[in-house]
Ligand binder design. Structure first.
Ligand code: F3S
Length: 470
């Protein structure tokens, strides 16, 4: 029996692709191993979003190759490279990395077992060149019955509701990698969600490049990002949420990766009236100055974003708002940075990530001449993060003494509605609670971005003497 090891890099979208590969390998009778040293085949599922992710991917591939060279019994081990880097550099990688036995693209995740079988049929040294099986354009989208083996804990799942992206953001390479936006049907997503809930999943994380664009690719006329979303024109995220709400059971639905351009009053109302959709919104804004939003081609304006944030907070009581900003985009001035810092200070985001702009080959922004020097990017990043650390500590302090419903991740570790898996903070509970189930706790303190909690009244809690981290 062929043993396969898989290293999954990058985001949750890539993780779902890894899960689909594992599902197909199982179906073909192959065995997975967590120990790559014992594998006959190692697959590296790569990320290529930023230069740092590319470097990590190449490093991982070279380490996997080196490792098989060091183990006599593993000299015959095959090395397959999959994922976003493989897709993005499909023409150059086979020449640059001759150590690799085959490259597969995003649309070959369901064919990975066949690729392995073929590699075994033809001996590597009889092949004229490294097989490059990457299609030029990615068009694949999974369905509810696509074989998949979940790599997340039993109580948690990612559901890819769409793939690809139609936005023109000038800093981002993802549309070129993952192709045009294509949505699944509502029925397909609901069938998958129903099955997951039946298997004991307590948190369904809806993902795609832009979850708010769900269904719109099938609308007759392409939606204008400047006009209000009108879901009477076809499937929309609002309609999907209403259908998911009908699934019986105790579970959370979390919406990740929304785009500000496609929010609507209807979506705000749907979340506000739902018993299952988490009061948590992930909405990357990237900047707030009109100068930068225009240069980034974000299809939004400063006034629009400010109104939207106000409407979301007013319409969804208790909402935890997460966003990300990019500092040091080409041409960003000190005035732009000051406007961004003021906006962070005024808005007090519950969760915030800040990234230094990365000049990515193949993007429009990479060709701009007025690139920001590295030391300026770093300084602006520190300014924004310092400010957010203070705000985050105040937001956490305000929750001390409150009751919170959490999902228990492991012994002593849980997560509230306001914290997405692998992105946000955790709630450390001074009591042993059943893993994978919901529990009610009382917040007793905070440490950095995390909360401390107990199941008793705050004064009886074991964490009571701990001081918040600086
Ligand atoms: Fe995700 Fe990296 Fe691809 S962030 S979509 S794995 S480029």
């Amino acid at each position: 029996m062929i043993k396969v090891g898989l290293i999954s890099l990058g985001c949750a979208k890539n993780l779902v692709d890894s899960e689909i590969m594992v599902g197909h390998l199982h179906k073909a009778g192959m065995q997975m191993t967590a120990d790559t040293a014992k594998a006959d085949v190692v697959i590296v599922n790569t990320c290529s979003f930023l230069n740092s992710a590319k470097e990590e991917s190449i490093q991982t591939i070279l380490e996997a190759h080196e490792e098989r060279g060091m183990r006599k019994r593993r000299k015959e081990q095959k090395l397959i490279v999959a994922g976003c880097m493989s897709q993005r550099f499909s023409k150059d990688l086979p020449g640059a990395l001759p150590e690799v036995d085959a490259f597969i693209g995003l649309d070959q995740v369901t064919k990975v077992a066949t690729v392995i079988e073929e590699l075994y049929e033809k001996e590597r040294n009889t092949l004229e060149a490294v097989p490059n099986l990457v299609d030029e354009r990615s068009v694949y989208i999974p369905d509810y019955d696509t074989p998949r083996f979940r790599l997340t804990p039993r109580h948690l799942a990612y559901v890819k509701i769409a793939e690809g992206c139609n936005h023109p953001c000038s800093f981002c390479i993802i549309p070129k990698i993952r192709g045009q936006h294509r949505s699944r049907t509502i029925e397909s997503v609901v069938r998958e969600a129903r099955q997951l809930v039946a298997e004991g999943v307590r948190e369904i994380n809806l993902i795609s490049q832009d979850t708010t664009y769900f269904g719109m690719d099938r609308w007759e006329k392409r939606p204008n990002p400047r006009s209000p979303v009108d879901s009477s024109r076809g499937d929309s995220l609002t309609m999907l949420l209403r259908e998911l709400e009908k699934i019986e059971g105790d579970f959370w639905i979390r919406i990740l990766y929304t785009h500000p351009a496609h929010w609507s009053p209807e979506l705000i109302e749907t979340i506000a009236s739902s018993r299952k959709v988490a009061r948590y919104v992930d909405m990357p804004l990237q900047h707030i100055s009109d100068h930068m939003l225009g240069a980034m081609k974000r299809e939004t304006s400063s006034a629009y974003i400010r109104t939207l944030v106000r409407d979301m907070r007013a319409g969804i009581p208790g909402l935890a708002l997460r966003t990300t900003f990019i500092v040091g985009f080409p041409g960003e001035t000190e005035e732009d940075q000051a406007e961004l810092l003021d906006f962070i200070r005024e808005t007090r985001f519950d969760r915030l990530g800040v990234f230094e702009y990365s000049q990515e080959e193949g993007t429009r922004a990479a060709k701009l001449e007025n690139q920001t020097p590295a030391r300026v990017k770093k300084r602006r990043w520190h300014e924004a993060m310092r400010l957010q650390r203070e705000i985050a500590a105040e937001v956490s302090a305000a929750s001390v003494g409150r009751q919170l419903r959490v999902l228990v991740e492991s012994t002593g570790v849980a997560r509230g509605e306001a914290d997405a898996p692998d992105i946000d903070g955790r709630v450390y509970v001074s009591a042993s609670l059943p893993v994978g189930e919901f529990a009610d706790v009382t917040i007793t303190g905070h440490a950095g971005y995390d909360l401390l909690a107990g199941v008793e009244a705050p004064e009886a809690d074991a964490f009571r003497d701990l001081q918040p981290a600086q």
